[in-house]
Design a protein around this ligand. Structure first.
Ligand SMILES: NC(=O)c1ccc[n+]([C@@H]2O[C@H](COP(=O)([O-])OP(=O)(O)OC[C@H]3O[C@@H](n4cnc5c(N)ncnc54)[C@H](O)[C@@H]3O)[C@@H](O)[C@H]2O)c1
Length: 299
């Protein structure tokens, strides 16, 4: 089948979940800077208000409080975007959380699984089911971009077992999504986004700020429920013996937008390193052995 044309970002309509901070906010900035209308959807109202007042100087940024695990609210957002704009050209399913504990896999609690998979996996499923049929029906070109992680999407960091499992799940899902979008001859395509380029100074390591009370940990737990970026950096420096590289979030957001508009399936930097790790993993699996993990500070 012929390749689809790139999508013009200027004048496009975009929805970004988890858009109020970190990587999602950088994506919103890049979209707005290139002339898109952006619905910034996030669970955290204060961060959302702050983000909208910052982003407003760049263009048309519309804040929507949304919990991506809420089916009715996500369906209402899809209805609203189509009613107001007639299309959604870029759907960034980016909201994500850790499992809130870390540590040994058998010390992760059922609620760690429920929260992490609820947002990272079921949230992606809910967003896909709410938006994609409407995106197809609109007849407009579109791209669905799912933020995965090389932790899990490529190979697990063993101390982040539940999070890694959630990202492996969505990477697998996006492949199926893409196969079906092609075979059904739609104008929509999918991308899997692996943020890379170093450690990221985002709110991910304090994701527990958005953890619902009914999914709190009930036991004593292991590891840290939350840490600052500086604490993370120090931990990685200690584990690896060197100062870790820190990613440029602005550049990351721009590449996630340009690559999505070009309809690239895999959005990532340093794919040669990633491919090297995948080859080593394939060789190990092909020999019936345990594949190598992902390192804390990169491939
Ligand atoms: N930071 C990293 O090192 C890294 C690396 C690879 C992938 N990622 C992925 O990037 C994505 C963005 O994370 P980030 O690092 O920018 O962290 P972040 O905490 O800065 O941003 C995540 C955003 O998602 C929002 N969110 C959380 N739960 C939500 C929910 N239920 N509904 C709607 N919004 C919700 C948060 O309020 C926040 O604004 C996540 O999917 C994460 O797993 C992060």
């Amino acid at each position: 089948m012929a390749e689809l044309e790139p999508i013009s970002i200027d004048g496009a309509v975009a929805v970004v979940t988890g858009g109020a901070s970190g990587i999602g906010k950088s994506i919103c900035e890049a979209l707005l800077a290139q002339g898109a209308i952006v619905y910034v959807a996030d669970i955290e109202q204060v961060a959302l208000d702050d983000a909208i007042s910052e982003l407003a100087s760049l263009g048309e940024a519309i804040g929507v409080q949304l919990d991506v695990t809420d089916e009715a609210a996500t369906a209402a957002l899809a209805d609203r975007v189509i009613a107001e704009q007639g299309r959604c050209n870029f759907l960034y399913l980016n909201a994500g959380v850790t499992s809130g504990g870390g540590g040994l896999p058998w010390q992760q609690e059922p609620n760690d699984w429920r929260w992490c998979f609820g947002v990272n996996v079921i949230g992606v499923g809910i967003g896909t089911s709410a938006f994609v049929p409407k995106m197809i029906e609109s007849g407009a070109p579109g791209q669905v971009i799912v933020t995965s992680s090389r932790d899990g999407g490529i190979a697990p960091v063993p101390t982040a077992s539940v999070y890694a499992a959630s990202k492996a799940a969505v990477s697998c899902f996006v492949e199926s999504l893409q196969h079906n979008l092609i075979s059904e001859q739609t104008q929509i395509r999918a991308s899997v986004f692996y943020p890379s380029g170093g450690l990221m100074d985002t709110g991910l390591y304090s994701a527990s700020r958005n953890r619902p009370a009914e999914l709190e940990r009930t036991g004593s737990g292991t590891g840290r429920a939350s840490m600052t970026f500086d604490q993370l950096k120090a931990r990685v420096a200690q584990a690896t013996g060197r100062e870790p590289a820190v990613a440029d979030l602005g550049e990351l957001g721009r590449s996630a937008v340009v690559s999505a508009a070009s309809r690239e399936f895999v959005i990532a930097k340093d794919l040669d390193l990633t491919a090297g790790l995948l080859h080593r993993r394939a060789d190990a699996i092909g020999s019936g052995e345990l594949p190598p993990p992902h390192g804390l500070a990169g491939a």
